[in-house]
Design a protein around this ligand. Structure first.
Ligand SMILES: [Ca+2]
Ligand SMILES: [Ca+2]
Length: 313
């Protein structure tokens, strides 16, 4: 087979044609080699985008956002792809869900009262209560509850023209807000360390707004002590901390292709690629509570689907 393909490549007269054949052969070899994707489970099958999965604390289910009915709603699905349930049905945008460590509530953002705000949805009766923030006039996004259940980290844009998102935190019951970062360029998508003391996030603060790199920040220390952990000429984004505290998973943009997922040590060293799908692409990865799987939004058959994949050291 390889000799046959090689012969066709060598016989082709036009360079463009030869290059297409070589890239086709490369794709074929990647698929043939049975890399990680062969163990992937695609849990959703909708024409809309199914994104931003988040595991239940017992690791049995995932909550995610989908725009399959024309605007964003929240859904739950079992980790094996069964029992998909729609949690919200309305004409507003319900987005970026995260499971409360108590297992009984989902935090998310919604514009159901005009501007985007944070809400907690009770899974027993599907009621949603707004989380009230003192003297806070920005629109919060990507809220995540700390593993100890005491705090909420979120991002908000203080300067929409320049996309100057920064990180904030509040208590699990809302109230006073503390601003954690104060960069002119975005610092976004904070994800907690298992000990609830640090956030990993992505930012363009040191790249003059040009590319996203990963940072870690101790929430009790000033922004100036945030530690940059990647230095890659394209974007590194959407990080998530492993439950044993030792690894990060994140998306890395790939030239002329869609992003792939990478795992690294928490200081950014030892980065290794864990998905190999080229034109399909994966993002928004999160570790399962037992650290043995990841869930992510994978671009499959023309839209994003919620996918899972076993992950090993
Ligand atoms: Ca879909
Ligand atoms: Ca909706």
């Amino acid at each position: 087979m390889l000799a046959f393909v090689y012969a066709i490549v060598m016989q082709s007269q036009k360079y463009k044609y030869r290059r297409a054949l070589i890239s086709g052969l490369f794709l074929f070899l990647i698929q043939l080699s049975g890399l990680a994707q062969s163990e992937e489970k695609v849990l959703t099958q909708s024409k809309g985008d199914d994104r931003h999965p988040w595991w239940s604390p017992d690791g049995e289910r995932l909550v995610f956002e989908s725009n399959r009915d024309g605007d964003w709603e929240l859904f739950i699905i079992d980790k094996d792809g069964n029992h998909e349930e729609q949690l919200t049905t309305n004409s507003f945008e319900d987005r970026n869900p995260g499971w409360h460590p108590n297992g009984a509530q989902i935090i998310f953002e919604s514009n159901r009262q005009g501007r985007f705000g944070l809400y907690l949805l009770n899974l027993n009766d599907r009621s949603a209560e707004p989380l009230l923030l003192d003297n806070f006039n920005l629109e919060p996004t990507t809220a995540r509850i700390s593993p100890d259940g005491k705090s909420i980290a979120f991002s908000a844009d203080s300067d929409p023209e320049n996309a100057a998102l920064n990180l904030y935190k509040t208590s699990i019951s809302g109230g006073a807000v503390t601003q954690l970062t104060r960069a002119a360029y975005r610092s976004f998508y904070g994800a907690w360390s298992p000990d609830s003391q640090q956030l990993v996030f992505f930012s363009r603060r040191d790249t003059e707004g040009q590319q996203d790199e990963l940072y870690t920040l101790n929430i009790n220390e000033p922004d100036s002590l945030a530690k940059r952990i990647t230095d890659y000429p394209q974007h590194d984004f959407c990080p998530h901390w492993s439950p044993d505290g030792k690894k990060l998973i994140f998306s890395r943009s790939i030239p002329d292709a869609r992003p792939e997922l990478f795992v690294s040590n928490i200081d950014g060293t030892g980065a290794r690629q864990v998905t190999f799908t080229l034109q399909l692409g994966e993002t928004q990865a999160v570790w399962s509570p037992d650290g043995k799987s990841i869930a992510y939004a994978g671009y499959r058959n023309g839209s994003y689907e919620v996918c899972t994949l076993p992950i090993r050291d």
